[in-house]
Write a protein of this length. Structure first.
Lengths: 136, 136
Protein backbone atom coordinates (compact mmCIF):
# COMPACT_ATOMS: atom_id res chain seq x y z
CA UNK A 1 0.00 0.00 0.00
CA UNK A 2 1.45 3.35 -0.97
CA UNK A 3 1.48 5.83 1.82
CA UNK A 4 0.69 9.40 0.86
CA UNK A 5 1.49 10.47 4.39
CA UNK A 6 5.17 9.71 3.79
CA UNK A 7 5.61 12.73 1.59
CA UNK A 8 3.97 15.13 4.00
CA UNK A 9 5.82 13.56 6.91
CA UNK A 10 8.93 15.26 5.58
CA UNK A 11 7.31 18.54 6.60
CA UNK A 12 7.59 18.61 10.35
CA UNK A 13 5.72 21.88 10.72
CA UNK A 14 2.35 23.30 9.81
CA UNK A 15 2.10 25.77 6.95
CA UNK A 16 1.89 28.51 9.53
CA UNK A 17 5.57 28.04 10.30
CA UNK A 18 6.35 28.88 6.67
CA UNK A 19 4.97 32.35 7.19
CA UNK A 20 1.55 31.75 5.62
CA UNK A 21 -1.53 33.41 7.03
CA UNK A 22 -3.01 32.46 10.39
CA UNK A 23 -4.36 28.90 10.51
CA UNK A 24 -7.42 27.62 12.34
CA UNK A 25 -6.58 25.95 15.65
CA UNK A 26 -9.14 23.80 17.42
CA UNK A 27 -8.88 23.36 21.19
CA UNK A 28 -10.30 20.09 22.48
CA UNK A 29 -10.52 19.07 26.13
CA UNK A 30 -7.96 16.28 26.38
CA UNK A 31 -9.88 14.41 29.07
CA UNK A 32 -13.48 14.63 27.84
CA UNK A 33 -13.16 15.21 24.08
CA UNK A 34 -15.36 18.31 24.28
CA UNK A 35 -14.48 20.87 21.62
CA UNK A 36 -13.84 24.04 23.57
CA UNK A 37 -13.20 26.66 20.91
CA UNK A 38 -11.63 27.48 17.60
CA UNK A 39 -9.24 30.34 17.09
CA UNK A 40 -6.26 31.15 14.88
CA UNK A 41 -2.51 30.80 15.14
CA UNK A 42 0.23 32.52 13.22
CA UNK A 43 3.87 31.44 13.23
CA UNK A 44 4.70 33.47 16.33
CA UNK A 45 1.77 32.19 18.40
CA UNK A 46 2.44 28.60 17.30
CA UNK A 47 6.09 28.91 18.31
CA UNK A 48 5.18 30.42 21.68
CA UNK A 49 2.64 27.65 22.27
CA UNK A 50 5.33 25.02 21.66
CA UNK A 51 7.79 26.84 23.87
CA UNK A 52 5.51 27.57 26.83
CA UNK A 53 3.12 24.60 26.67
CA UNK A 54 0.18 27.00 26.90
CA UNK A 55 -2.17 27.90 24.07
CA UNK A 56 -1.32 31.21 22.44
CA UNK A 57 -3.51 32.35 19.57
CA UNK A 58 -3.38 35.22 17.12
CA UNK A 59 -6.30 37.62 17.28
CA UNK A 60 -7.15 38.55 13.72
CA UNK A 61 -9.39 41.43 14.77
CA UNK A 62 -6.77 42.96 17.08
CA UNK A 63 -3.75 41.78 15.01
CA UNK A 64 -1.86 40.68 18.08
CA UNK A 65 -0.95 37.63 20.10
CA UNK A 66 -3.72 36.38 22.35
CA UNK A 67 -2.33 34.51 25.33
CA UNK A 68 -5.45 32.56 26.21
CA UNK A 69 -6.40 33.10 29.84
CA UNK A 70 -4.08 36.06 30.31
CA UNK A 71 -6.92 38.13 31.77
CA UNK A 72 -9.36 35.49 33.06
CA UNK A 73 -6.76 33.04 34.36
CA UNK A 74 -8.41 30.33 32.25
CA UNK A 75 -5.24 29.24 30.51
CA UNK A 76 -5.04 26.11 28.39
CA UNK A 77 -2.24 23.70 29.17
CA UNK A 78 -1.39 21.93 25.96
CA UNK A 79 -1.07 18.16 26.28
CA UNK A 80 -0.58 17.31 22.60
CA UNK A 81 -0.74 18.89 19.16
CA UNK A 82 -1.90 17.33 15.90
CA UNK A 83 -1.86 18.56 12.31
CA UNK A 84 -4.35 17.68 9.61
CA UNK A 85 -3.60 16.03 6.27
CA UNK A 86 -3.16 19.36 4.50
CA UNK A 87 -0.97 20.81 7.26
CA UNK A 88 -3.24 23.80 7.45
CA UNK A 89 -5.33 23.12 10.56
CA UNK A 90 -4.01 22.62 14.07
CA UNK A 91 -5.63 20.54 16.81
CA UNK A 92 -4.64 21.16 20.42
CA UNK A 93 -5.61 18.73 23.14
CA UNK A 94 -5.63 20.82 26.28
CA UNK A 95 -6.33 20.90 29.95
CA UNK A 96 -8.65 23.86 30.41
CA UNK A 97 -7.91 25.64 33.67
CA UNK A 98 -11.02 27.13 35.27
CA UNK A 99 -13.32 24.75 33.40
CA UNK A 100 -14.44 27.41 30.93
CA UNK A 101 -12.93 28.35 27.59
CA UNK A 102 -15.59 30.74 26.35
CA UNK A 103 -15.43 34.44 27.19
CA UNK A 104 -19.17 34.53 27.84
CA UNK A 105 -18.74 32.01 30.65
CA UNK A 106 -19.50 28.63 29.11
CA UNK A 107 -17.24 25.62 29.17
CA UNK A 108 -17.29 25.49 25.37
CA UNK A 109 -17.86 28.24 22.83
CA UNK A 110 -20.22 25.81 21.08
CA UNK A 111 -22.94 26.13 23.71
CA UNK A 112 -25.82 26.64 21.30
CA UNK A 113 -27.43 23.98 19.21
CA UNK A 114 -29.22 24.57 15.92
CA UNK A 115 -32.80 23.32 16.23
CA UNK A 116 -35.88 23.71 14.05
CA UNK A 117 -37.04 26.38 16.55
CA UNK A 118 -33.79 28.33 16.34
CA UNK A 119 -30.70 28.32 18.52
CA UNK A 120 -31.01 26.63 21.88
CA UNK A 121 -28.52 27.02 24.73
CA UNK A 122 -27.31 23.56 25.74
CA UNK A 123 -24.21 24.46 27.75
CA UNK A 124 -24.12 25.55 31.37
CA UNK A 125 -22.67 28.86 32.50
CA UNK A 126 -19.54 28.28 34.56
CA UNK A 127 -18.76 31.89 35.41
CA UNK A 128 -20.19 35.37 35.12
CA UNK A 129 -18.10 37.37 32.63
CA UNK A 130 -18.92 40.62 34.45
CA UNK A 131 -17.13 39.29 37.51
CA UNK A 132 -14.16 37.90 35.63
CA UNK A 133 -13.50 40.72 33.19
CA UNK A 134 -15.30 43.55 35.00
CA UNK A 135 -18.27 45.41 33.56
CA UNK A 136 -17.35 47.06 30.28
CA UNK B 1 -26.54 37.38 36.14
CA UNK B 2 -26.72 39.13 32.78
CA UNK B 3 -26.71 36.76 29.87
CA UNK B 4 -24.72 37.93 26.86
CA UNK B 5 -26.00 34.91 24.97
CA UNK B 6 -29.49 36.40 24.94
CA UNK B 7 -28.58 38.96 22.34
CA UNK B 8 -27.00 36.46 19.98
CA UNK B 9 -29.81 34.02 20.55
CA UNK B 10 -31.97 36.32 18.48
CA UNK B 11 -29.81 35.32 15.53
CA UNK B 12 -30.92 31.83 14.69
CA UNK B 13 -28.36 31.36 11.94
CA UNK B 14 -24.62 31.45 11.56
CA UNK B 15 -23.03 34.39 9.80
CA UNK B 16 -22.66 32.21 6.74
CA UNK B 17 -26.41 32.44 6.19
CA UNK B 18 -26.07 36.21 5.90
CA UNK B 19 -23.92 35.75 2.83
CA UNK B 20 -20.55 36.25 4.49
CA UNK B 21 -17.54 34.25 3.35
CA UNK B 22 -17.23 30.52 3.99
CA UNK B 23 -16.99 29.62 7.67
CA UNK B 24 -14.91 26.87 9.28
CA UNK B 25 -16.93 23.75 10.05
CA UNK B 26 -15.56 21.10 12.38
CA UNK B 27 -16.81 17.53 12.02
CA UNK B 28 -16.70 15.50 15.23
CA UNK B 29 -17.64 11.84 15.57
CA UNK B 30 -20.86 11.97 17.59
CA UNK B 31 -20.20 8.65 19.30
CA UNK B 32 -16.50 8.86 20.16
CA UNK B 33 -15.77 12.60 20.24
CA UNK B 34 -12.90 12.17 17.78
CA UNK B 35 -12.39 15.25 15.63
CA UNK B 36 -12.57 13.96 12.08
CA UNK B 37 -11.82 16.98 9.93
CA UNK B 38 -12.27 20.68 9.42
CA UNK B 39 -13.59 22.17 6.22
CA UNK B 40 -15.61 25.22 5.18
CA UNK B 41 -19.27 25.95 4.57
CA UNK B 42 -20.91 28.74 2.64
CA UNK B 43 -24.61 29.60 2.82
CA UNK B 44 -25.54 27.12 0.09
CA UNK B 45 -23.67 24.18 1.60
CA UNK B 46 -25.01 24.98 5.08
CA UNK B 47 -28.57 25.05 3.74
CA UNK B 48 -28.09 21.77 1.90
CA UNK B 49 -26.62 20.19 5.02
CA UNK B 50 -29.71 21.20 7.02
CA UNK B 51 -32.00 19.97 4.27
CA UNK B 52 -30.37 16.61 3.56
CA UNK B 53 -28.94 15.74 6.98
CA UNK B 54 -25.59 15.01 5.33
CA UNK B 55 -22.49 17.17 5.56
CA UNK B 56 -21.99 19.35 2.52
CA UNK B 57 -18.96 21.63 2.49
CA UNK B 58 -17.71 24.34 0.19
CA UNK B 59 -14.37 23.68 -1.46
CA UNK B 60 -12.48 26.94 -1.45
CA UNK B 61 -9.83 25.65 -3.87
CA UNK B 62 -12.40 24.38 -6.37
CA UNK B 63 -15.03 27.04 -5.58
CA UNK B 64 -17.84 24.52 -5.56
CA UNK B 65 -19.99 22.47 -3.24
CA UNK B 66 -18.30 19.41 -1.83
CA UNK B 67 -20.80 16.74 -0.93
CA UNK B 68 -18.64 14.79 1.49
CA UNK B 69 -18.46 11.12 0.49
CA UNK B 70 -19.91 11.68 -2.96
CA UNK B 71 -17.03 9.76 -4.53
CA UNK B 72 -15.81 7.54 -1.69
CA UNK B 73 -19.20 6.72 -0.20
CA UNK B 74 -17.92 7.94 3.16
CA UNK B 75 -20.77 10.34 3.80
CA UNK B 76 -21.32 12.04 7.13
CA UNK B 77 -24.78 11.77 8.63
CA UNK B 78 -25.31 14.87 10.74
CA UNK B 79 -26.73 14.20 14.19
CA UNK B 80 -26.55 17.74 15.57
CA UNK B 81 -25.16 21.16 14.75
CA UNK B 82 -23.74 23.76 17.12
CA UNK B 83 -22.60 27.35 16.63
CA UNK B 84 -19.90 29.12 18.55
CA UNK B 85 -20.26 32.31 20.59
CA UNK B 86 -19.33 34.52 17.63
CA UNK B 87 -21.63 32.68 15.21
CA UNK B 88 -18.71 32.22 12.86
CA UNK B 89 -17.69 28.61 13.43
CA UNK B 90 -19.89 25.55 12.92
CA UNK B 91 -19.59 22.26 14.79
CA UNK B 92 -21.19 19.16 13.28
CA UNK B 93 -21.60 16.00 15.31
CA UNK B 94 -21.74 13.26 12.73
CA UNK B 95 -21.91 9.56 12.12
CA UNK B 96 -19.05 8.85 9.74
CA UNK B 97 -20.02 6.16 7.27
CA UNK B 98 -17.08 3.96 6.25
CA UNK B 99 -15.17 4.81 9.44
CA UNK B 100 -12.81 7.17 7.62
CA UNK B 101 -13.17 10.89 7.01
CA UNK B 102 -9.73 11.62 5.59
CA UNK B 103 -9.05 11.32 1.88
CA UNK B 104 -5.69 9.67 2.54
CA UNK B 105 -7.45 6.82 4.31
CA UNK B 106 -7.31 7.66 7.99
CA UNK B 107 -10.27 7.87 10.33
CA UNK B 108 -9.36 11.45 11.18
CA UNK B 109 -7.49 14.05 9.17
CA UNK B 110 -5.55 14.78 12.37
CA UNK B 111 -3.55 11.56 12.22
CA UNK B 112 -0.16 13.12 12.87
CA UNK B 113 1.11 14.33 16.18
CA UNK B 114 3.70 17.06 16.66
CA UNK B 115 6.61 15.62 18.62
CA UNK B 116 10.11 16.91 19.40
CA UNK B 117 11.33 14.53 16.65
CA UNK B 118 8.91 15.86 14.06
CA UNK B 119 5.52 14.61 12.94
CA UNK B 120 4.55 11.13 14.00
CA UNK B 121 1.66 9.14 12.50
CA UNK B 122 -0.64 8.10 15.32
CA UNK B 123 -3.74 7.15 13.35
CA UNK B 124 -4.38 3.85 11.61
CA UNK B 125 -5.10 3.58 7.90
CA UNK B 126 -8.66 2.41 7.32
CA UNK B 127 -8.58 2.25 3.54
CA UNK B 128 -6.19 2.55 0.61
CA UNK B 129 -7.01 5.74 -1.31
CA UNK B 130 -5.74 4.18 -4.57
CA UNK B 131 -8.48 1.60 -4.30
CA UNK B 132 -11.21 4.04 -3.35
CA UNK B 133 -10.47 6.89 -5.72
CA UNK B 134 -8.37 5.02 -8.32
CA UNK B 135 -4.75 5.84 -9.04
CA UNK B 136 -4.34 9.43 -10.22
Amino acid sequence: MSDPSEKVLENATPDVAKGDGPLPAIAQDAATGTILMMAYMNAESYAETLETGRAVYFSRSRSKLWRKGEESGNVQEVESIFLDCDLDTILLKVKQIGDAACHVGYQSCFFRQVTPEGLKVVGERVFDPDEVYGKK
